[in-house]
Design a protein around this ligand. Structure first.
Ligand code: ADP
Ligand code: MG
Length: 275
Protein backbone atom coordinates (compact mmCIF):
# COMPACT_ATOMS: atom_id res chain seq x y z
CA UNK A 1 0.00 0.00 0.00
CA UNK A 2 1.21 3.50 -0.83
CA UNK A 3 0.47 6.82 0.83
CA UNK A 4 0.51 10.34 -0.54
CA UNK A 5 0.59 12.93 2.20
CA UNK A 6 0.08 16.65 1.79
CA UNK A 7 1.01 18.54 4.92
CA UNK A 8 0.14 22.18 5.58
CA UNK A 9 0.80 23.14 1.97
CA UNK A 10 1.07 26.80 0.96
CA UNK A 11 1.35 27.64 -2.72
CA UNK A 12 1.66 30.95 -4.56
CA UNK A 13 1.32 31.93 -8.19
CA UNK A 14 3.45 35.03 -8.71
CA UNK A 15 2.76 37.22 -5.70
CA UNK A 16 -0.64 35.74 -4.96
CA UNK A 17 -1.01 33.11 -2.29
CA UNK A 18 -3.52 30.53 -3.56
CA UNK A 19 -3.24 27.54 -1.23
CA UNK A 20 -3.26 28.38 2.46
CA UNK A 21 -2.54 25.24 4.42
CA UNK A 22 -3.85 22.14 2.67
CA UNK A 23 -3.76 18.87 4.59
CA UNK A 24 -4.73 15.69 2.79
CA UNK A 25 -3.72 12.03 3.03
CA UNK A 26 -4.54 9.61 0.21
CA UNK A 27 -3.93 5.87 0.43
CA UNK A 28 -4.04 3.09 -2.16
CA UNK A 29 -7.58 1.84 -2.70
CA UNK A 30 -9.14 5.25 -2.02
CA UNK A 31 -10.87 7.66 -4.37
CA UNK A 32 -10.99 11.25 -3.16
CA UNK A 33 -13.40 13.74 -4.69
CA UNK A 34 -12.39 17.41 -4.65
CA UNK A 35 -15.09 20.03 -5.08
CA UNK A 36 -15.31 23.76 -4.50
CA UNK A 37 -16.21 26.98 -6.28
CA UNK A 38 -14.15 27.93 -9.33
CA UNK A 39 -10.92 29.83 -8.66
CA UNK A 40 -10.43 28.53 -5.11
CA UNK A 41 -7.36 26.38 -5.70
CA UNK A 42 -8.33 22.88 -6.87
CA UNK A 43 -6.18 22.91 -10.02
CA UNK A 44 -3.40 24.66 -8.11
CA UNK A 45 -3.30 21.73 -5.67
CA UNK A 46 -3.12 19.12 -8.44
CA UNK A 47 -0.53 21.06 -10.43
CA UNK A 48 1.59 21.53 -7.30
CA UNK A 49 1.52 17.80 -6.55
CA UNK A 50 2.70 17.08 -10.09
CA UNK A 51 5.34 19.84 -9.97
CA UNK A 52 4.26 22.50 -12.46
CA UNK A 53 6.96 25.19 -11.99
CA UNK A 54 4.38 28.02 -12.29
CA UNK A 55 3.17 27.10 -8.82
CA UNK A 56 5.60 27.94 -6.03
CA UNK A 57 5.36 25.91 -2.85
CA UNK A 58 6.24 28.39 -0.13
CA UNK A 59 5.85 25.99 2.79
CA UNK A 60 4.57 22.56 3.73
CA UNK A 61 5.36 19.08 2.51
CA UNK A 62 4.27 16.51 -0.05
CA UNK A 63 5.40 12.98 0.80
CA UNK A 64 5.07 9.76 -1.19
CA UNK A 65 5.64 6.87 1.20
CA UNK A 66 7.66 9.28 3.28
CA UNK A 67 9.79 10.45 0.34
CA UNK A 68 10.01 14.17 -0.37
CA UNK A 69 8.05 14.75 -3.59
CA UNK A 70 8.92 18.46 -3.65
CA UNK A 71 12.58 17.54 -4.15
CA UNK A 72 11.71 15.55 -7.30
CA UNK A 73 11.52 16.77 -10.92
CA UNK A 74 8.26 16.30 -12.76
CA UNK A 75 9.57 13.27 -14.64
CA UNK A 76 10.75 11.65 -11.44
CA UNK A 77 7.30 12.19 -9.93
CA UNK A 78 5.81 10.46 -12.98
CA UNK A 79 8.25 7.55 -12.69
CA UNK A 80 7.28 7.19 -9.03
CA UNK A 81 3.66 6.69 -10.10
CA UNK A 82 2.07 10.15 -10.01
CA UNK A 83 -0.10 11.13 -12.97
CA UNK A 84 -2.05 14.30 -13.78
CA UNK A 85 -4.88 14.52 -16.29
CA UNK A 86 -4.98 18.24 -16.97
CA UNK A 87 -8.02 20.50 -17.02
CA UNK A 88 -6.63 22.12 -20.18
CA UNK A 89 -4.46 19.52 -21.94
CA UNK A 90 -1.79 21.14 -24.16
CA UNK A 91 -1.18 20.32 -27.82
CA UNK A 92 2.22 18.77 -28.58
CA UNK A 93 3.02 19.22 -32.22
CA UNK A 94 5.34 16.65 -33.83
CA UNK A 95 4.82 13.96 -31.17
CA UNK A 96 2.23 11.23 -31.69
CA UNK A 97 0.12 9.72 -28.91
CA UNK A 98 1.69 6.35 -29.64
CA UNK A 99 5.26 7.74 -29.36
CA UNK A 100 4.67 9.61 -26.13
CA UNK A 101 2.93 6.69 -24.46
CA UNK A 102 5.56 4.13 -25.44
CA UNK A 103 8.29 6.42 -24.12
CA UNK A 104 6.40 7.15 -20.89
CA UNK A 105 5.74 3.45 -20.27
CA UNK A 106 9.38 2.55 -20.88
CA UNK A 107 10.50 5.23 -18.46
CA UNK A 108 8.80 3.25 -15.70
CA UNK A 109 10.28 -0.12 -16.75
CA UNK A 110 13.72 -1.72 -16.62
CA UNK A 111 13.36 -3.32 -20.06
CA UNK A 112 11.34 -1.82 -22.96
CA UNK A 113 7.74 -3.01 -23.34
CA UNK A 114 7.23 -5.51 -26.19
CA UNK A 115 5.75 -3.83 -29.23
CA UNK A 116 3.06 -6.49 -29.51
CA UNK A 117 1.94 -6.02 -25.91
CA UNK A 118 2.03 -2.24 -26.23
CA UNK A 119 -0.10 -2.17 -29.39
CA UNK A 120 -2.60 -4.59 -27.90
CA UNK A 121 -2.97 -2.49 -24.74
CA UNK A 122 -3.20 0.70 -26.75
CA UNK A 123 -5.93 -0.77 -28.94
CA UNK A 124 -7.92 -2.00 -25.96
CA UNK A 125 -7.64 1.31 -24.11
CA UNK A 126 -8.59 3.32 -27.20
CA UNK A 127 -11.77 1.28 -27.48
CA UNK A 128 -12.47 1.70 -23.81
CA UNK A 129 -12.43 5.49 -24.00
CA UNK A 130 -14.25 5.40 -27.32
CA UNK A 131 -11.60 7.02 -29.51
CA UNK A 132 -10.93 5.94 -33.11
CA UNK A 133 -7.91 3.61 -33.33
CA UNK A 134 -5.99 5.74 -35.82
CA UNK A 135 -5.97 8.71 -33.44
CA UNK A 136 -2.85 7.23 -31.78
CA UNK A 137 -0.84 8.18 -34.90
CA UNK A 138 -1.87 11.83 -34.65
CA UNK A 139 0.11 14.52 -32.84
CA UNK A 140 -0.95 14.83 -29.21
CA UNK A 141 -4.16 16.89 -28.96
CA UNK A 142 -3.47 18.76 -32.21
CA UNK A 143 -6.82 19.58 -33.76
CA UNK A 144 -8.63 17.39 -31.22
CA UNK A 145 -12.12 18.35 -30.05
CA UNK A 146 -12.52 19.18 -26.35
CA UNK A 147 -14.02 15.73 -25.76
CA UNK A 148 -11.20 13.97 -27.60
CA UNK A 149 -8.61 15.78 -25.48
CA UNK A 150 -10.31 14.62 -22.30
CA UNK A 151 -10.59 11.03 -23.55
CA UNK A 152 -6.93 11.14 -24.51
CA UNK A 153 -6.01 12.08 -20.92
CA UNK A 154 -7.88 9.01 -19.70
CA UNK A 155 -6.26 6.89 -22.42
CA UNK A 156 -2.85 7.93 -21.05
CA UNK A 157 -3.94 7.03 -17.53
CA UNK A 158 -5.08 3.55 -18.62
CA UNK A 159 -1.75 2.85 -20.32
CA UNK A 160 0.49 4.31 -17.62
CA UNK A 161 -1.36 2.65 -14.72
CA UNK A 162 -0.34 5.27 -12.14
CA UNK A 163 -0.35 4.62 -8.40
CA UNK A 164 -1.86 8.07 -7.84
CA UNK A 165 -4.00 9.58 -10.59
CA UNK A 166 -4.99 13.24 -10.29
CA UNK A 167 -7.90 13.98 -12.62
CA UNK A 168 -8.77 17.64 -13.15
CA UNK A 169 -12.27 18.19 -14.55
CA UNK A 170 -11.82 15.21 -16.81
CA UNK A 171 -15.56 15.25 -17.50
CA UNK A 172 -16.14 18.90 -18.37
CA UNK A 173 -17.69 19.30 -21.80
CA UNK A 174 -18.43 15.59 -22.21
CA UNK A 175 -21.81 14.32 -23.28
CA UNK A 176 -23.56 11.66 -21.19
CA UNK A 177 -22.28 8.71 -23.25
CA UNK A 178 -18.68 9.91 -23.05
CA UNK A 179 -19.10 10.51 -19.33
CA UNK A 180 -20.28 6.94 -18.87
CA UNK A 181 -17.28 5.63 -20.86
CA UNK A 182 -14.88 7.69 -18.73
CA UNK A 183 -16.56 6.55 -15.50
CA UNK A 184 -16.34 2.91 -16.59
CA UNK A 185 -12.68 3.32 -17.57
CA UNK A 186 -11.86 4.80 -14.16
CA UNK A 187 -13.67 1.98 -12.40
CA UNK A 188 -11.89 -0.65 -14.45
CA UNK A 189 -8.51 0.83 -13.59
CA UNK A 190 -9.28 1.14 -9.88
CA UNK A 191 -7.77 -1.41 -7.54
CA UNK A 192 -6.38 -1.72 -4.04
CA UNK A 193 -3.01 -0.83 -5.55
CA UNK A 194 -3.90 2.66 -6.77
CA UNK A 195 -5.70 5.81 -5.68
CA UNK A 196 -7.37 8.75 -7.38
CA UNK A 197 -7.94 12.40 -6.59
CA UNK A 198 -10.77 13.57 -8.82
CA UNK A 199 -11.87 17.18 -9.36
CA UNK A 200 -15.33 17.53 -10.89
CA UNK A 201 -18.40 19.72 -10.60
CA UNK A 202 -20.72 16.93 -11.65
CA UNK A 203 -22.57 14.68 -9.24
CA UNK A 204 -23.17 12.42 -12.20
CA UNK A 205 -19.49 11.44 -12.52
CA UNK A 206 -19.25 10.87 -8.80
CA UNK A 207 -22.33 8.63 -8.91
CA UNK A 208 -20.48 6.45 -11.41
CA UNK A 209 -17.15 6.27 -9.55
CA UNK A 210 -18.31 6.34 -5.91
CA UNK A 211 -15.68 8.34 -3.99
CA UNK A 212 -14.51 6.99 -0.64
CA UNK A 213 -13.71 10.54 0.59
CA UNK A 214 -15.08 13.97 -0.32
CA UNK A 215 -13.44 17.37 0.28
CA UNK A 216 -14.49 20.92 -0.47
CA UNK A 217 -11.80 23.53 -1.19
CA UNK A 218 -12.72 27.09 -0.26
CA UNK A 219 -10.27 30.00 -0.29
CA UNK A 220 -7.24 27.75 -0.61
CA UNK A 221 -8.11 25.44 2.26
CA UNK A 222 -10.07 22.24 2.70
CA UNK A 223 -13.18 23.69 4.31
CA UNK A 224 -14.93 20.38 5.00
CA UNK A 225 -14.36 16.68 4.39
CA UNK A 226 -16.83 13.83 4.54
CA UNK A 227 -18.65 11.34 2.35
CA UNK A 228 -20.90 11.47 -0.73
CA UNK A 229 -23.62 13.25 1.23
CA UNK A 230 -21.61 16.44 0.68
CA UNK A 231 -21.85 15.98 -3.09
CA UNK A 232 -25.62 15.53 -2.92
CA UNK A 233 -25.88 18.70 -0.87
CA UNK A 234 -23.76 20.77 -3.25
CA UNK A 235 -25.69 19.35 -6.17
CA UNK A 236 -28.97 20.57 -4.78
CA UNK A 237 -27.98 23.67 -2.81
CA UNK A 238 -24.77 24.99 -4.43
CA UNK A 239 -22.16 26.26 -1.96
CA UNK A 240 -24.37 28.70 0.00
CA UNK A 241 -25.13 26.18 2.75
CA UNK A 242 -21.46 26.15 3.76
CA UNK A 243 -22.01 29.61 5.15
CA UNK A 244 -25.25 28.76 6.94
CA UNK A 245 -24.05 25.47 8.36
CA UNK A 246 -20.35 26.03 8.97
CA UNK A 247 -20.00 29.81 8.83
CA UNK A 248 -17.58 29.44 5.89
CA UNK A 249 -17.59 32.62 3.86
CA UNK A 250 -16.73 32.35 0.21
CA UNK A 251 -14.74 35.55 0.14
CA UNK A 252 -13.00 35.40 -3.21
CA UNK A 253 -13.92 38.34 -5.37
CA UNK A 254 -15.96 37.56 -8.45
CA UNK A 255 -13.58 36.87 -11.27
CA UNK A 256 -14.60 35.81 -14.73
CA UNK A 257 -13.55 32.27 -13.75
CA UNK A 258 -15.80 31.90 -10.77
CA UNK A 259 -18.80 33.52 -12.37
CA UNK A 260 -19.33 30.23 -14.21
CA UNK A 261 -22.40 28.39 -12.94
CA UNK A 262 -21.66 26.33 -9.85
CA UNK A 263 -24.69 24.09 -9.89
CA UNK A 264 -23.86 20.44 -10.35
CA UNK A 265 -25.74 17.67 -12.03
CA UNK A 266 -26.09 19.29 -15.40
CA UNK A 267 -24.43 17.43 -18.16
CA UNK A 268 -24.18 18.64 -21.67
CA UNK A 269 -26.71 16.87 -23.86
CA UNK A 270 -25.12 15.13 -26.79
CA UNK A 271 -25.32 17.30 -29.86
CA UNK A 272 -25.46 15.50 -33.17
CA UNK A 273 -22.09 14.87 -34.73
CA UNK A 274 -19.98 16.10 -31.82
CA UNK A 275 -17.56 14.11 -29.71
P1 ADP B 1 -9.90 26.06 -9.39
O1 ADP B 1 -9.22 24.91 -10.07
O2 ADP B 1 -10.40 25.75 -8.02
O3 ADP B 1 -10.97 26.66 -10.25
P2 ADP B 1 -7.31 27.36 -9.65
O4 ADP B 1 -6.43 26.56 -8.78
O5 ADP B 1 -7.21 27.13 -11.11
O6 ADP B 1 -8.83 27.21 -9.15
O7 ADP B 1 -7.06 28.89 -9.40
C1 ADP B 1 -6.97 29.49 -8.13
C2 ADP B 1 -6.55 30.92 -8.28
O8 ADP B 1 -5.21 30.93 -8.77
C3 ADP B 1 -7.36 31.73 -9.27
O9 ADP B 1 -7.52 33.01 -8.77
C4 ADP B 1 -6.51 31.70 -10.51
O10 ADP B 1 -6.75 32.84 -11.31
C5 ADP B 1 -5.11 31.69 -9.96
N1 ADP B 1 -4.20 30.97 -10.86
C6 ADP B 1 -4.14 29.65 -11.04
N2 ADP B 1 -3.19 29.31 -11.96
C7 ADP B 1 -2.65 30.46 -12.36
C8 ADP B 1 -1.60 30.79 -13.28
N3 ADP B 1 -0.94 29.84 -13.96
N4 ADP B 1 -1.31 32.10 -13.45
C9 ADP B 1 -1.97 33.04 -12.75
N5 ADP B 1 -2.94 32.80 -11.87
C10 ADP B 1 -3.29 31.53 -11.66
MG1 MG C 1 -9.49 24.14 -11.97
Amino acid sequence: MKTLEIKDLYVSVGDTEILKGINLTIKSGELHALLGPNGHGKSTLLQSIMGNPKYTVTSGQILLDGEDVLAMDVDERARKGLFLAMQYPPEISGVTISDILKEAINQRRDTPVSLYKFIKELEDATKEVDLPLDIVHRFVNEGFSGGEKKRNEVLQMLLLKPDFALLDEIDSGLDVDALKAIGDAINKMRSNENALLVVSHYARLYELIAPTHVHVVVNGKIAISGDSEIITKIDTLGYEWLKDEYGIEITKEETKENKRPQILGQCRVKAKGTA
